[in-house]
Design a protein around this ligand. Structure first.
Ligand SMILES: *Cc1c(COP(=O)(O)O)cnc(C)c1O
Length: 410
């Protein structure tokens, strides 16, 4: 076949009932671009979607990105860049926003913890970077991290990934006793701060006394927006934040911020560098840029107005259900993590034949599907938050709750 005929052959392949744009069979150029065949894979694969009245739960895909973030992702997907240059430029911008010496986008807060820890252990020593996570002591690295007993929540696994072991303590005296030549750092879990005996400032003083670096996990701890810089201002050596929770960045992104030497070392332990523990924690350019766009939007948004909107949603839902026999509504705000109004709707089980689990299931299988906090807690109540609702969804949540609670009246 001659070249011209091959081209003809290709242009004649029907696609979605139309002929692809480009050259027409007679050789002229088509005036109209071919219509894009829009696919909705969520629908096509039959994946359940729902109204999220639960919160920024990872298993529920946590949060929805703003249009501007999606636009950033889309635009940057059309060009090549050097990944390290994207990291450099975005890191510099983020560091300014969060008052840190340096910052980098990571594959979630979990990776931020692992990479920050790796940075502390290896510094810029290439040999140590390659040796991680094995035989830390043999290879001249420190190997122990001090942590309060009440600060174990499972996410310390991110630190353990580097090969360190955790040394639990309760009091300042425990810290003094625990410090030895193998101690690498002191870690703090912000959301459990109130459960521990040692608060931030004292933790930092103890670290200073023993000349140790400090880390803090604040993954789900904005809002308030000030928490973005509060712990850098306090002097923590590195801070780990989730990007895909209330900041509404890409779900698989996060931010590591802190001292310049630690971030530089963390970068060396990360993708695109091979032979590193971070090679599998790759973040693509689209999400690095998307994370920055989301952070900027989050910092610039009107937080008071948003809080007022949440309160209005809470009132609307409260008014829909609180006149139903035996129903009571209480609203609380968790002091640290997931800091937004949380509603608890409770009832008398003799009057309303529902359990937390059964109501959760009715809402989940209803139309449209709604997810609330239908696990844990006590059986004669259900809990929900309103901060992940899209505009107007509060009305649907209120209506469905009223329907189910009324129907179950004995
Ligand atoms: C969500 C969370 C993490 C993990 O954050 P990712 O961004 O999902 O990696 C770590 N620590 C705490 C306390 C969290 O709540």
């Amino acid at each position: 076949m001659k070249r011209r005929e091959i081209i003809k052959g290709i242009t004649l392949i029907p696609f979605g009932g139309t002929i692809l744009g480009g050259m027409l069979p007679n050789g002229s150029v088509a005036a109209q671009p071919a219509p894009l065949v829009k696919r909705d894979l969520v629908k096509e694969l039959g994946i359940r979607t729902f109204i999220n009245a639960a919160g920024t739960y990872t298993a529920m895909t946590a949060s929805l990105m703003h249009e501007e973030v999606l636009e950033t992702i889309n635009n940057s997907s059309k060009v090549f860049c050097m990944l390290n240059e994207v990291h450099d430029k975005v890191g510099e911008k983020i560091a300014k926003i969060v008052h840190s010496e340096a910052a980098m986008v990571t594959a979630g807060a979990f990776s931020a913890l692992t990479l920050g820890m790796a940075g502390i252990l290896t510094g810029t020593d290439q040999k140590k970077i390659t040796q991680l996570p094995t035989r830390l002591e043999e290879n001249g690295m420190k190997s122990e991290v001090i942590i309060q007993k009440s600060h174990f929540d499972g996410y310390e696994k991110a630190l353990l990934n580097t090969g360190v072991t955790m040394v639990p303590v309760e009091t300042a005296e425990d810290v003094d006793r625990a410090v030895n030549a193998k101690t690498a750092s002191m870690h703090f879990l912000n959301c459990n701060a109130l459960e521990g005996k040692i608060m931030h400032e004292e933790w930092l003083q103890l670290a200073k006394k023993h000349n140790l670096p400090t880390s803090i996990d604040i993954a789900a701890d904005v809002p308030p927006v000030e928490n973005l810089w509060r712990f850098n201002d306090m002097g923590f050596s590195f801070v780990a934040l989730s990007g895909g929770k209330a900041v509404r960045g890409p779900q698989s992104a996060g931010i590591l911020m802190g001292k310049a030497d630690i971030i530089a070392a963390a970068r060396l332990n990360d993708s695109p560098n091979g032979r590193t523990i971070g090679r599998g924690m790759k973040v693509n350019k689209e999400e690095i840029l998307g994370m920055y766009a989301a952070l900027e939007m989050y910092v610039n948004q009107d937080h008071e107005k948003e809080w007022k909107m949440w309160e209005d949603r809470v009132s609307l839902i409260t008014n829909a259900v609180n006149k139903i026999d035996s129903v009571t509504v209480t609203v609380s705000v968790p002091p640290i993590a997931n800091h937004s109004p949380k509603m608890k709707i409770a009832w008398d089980k003799n009057k309303i034949k529902l359990t937390r689990t059964s109501l959760g299931e009715k809402l989940r299988t209803g139309e449209p599907s709604i997810e609330m906090i239908s696990w844990g807690g006590d059986e004669n109540s259900i809990e929900l938050t309103v901060f992940m609702l899209s505009k107007g969804e509060e009305k649907i949540v209120a209506k469905r709750l009223k329907e189910e609670l009324t129907q179950a009246l004995a």
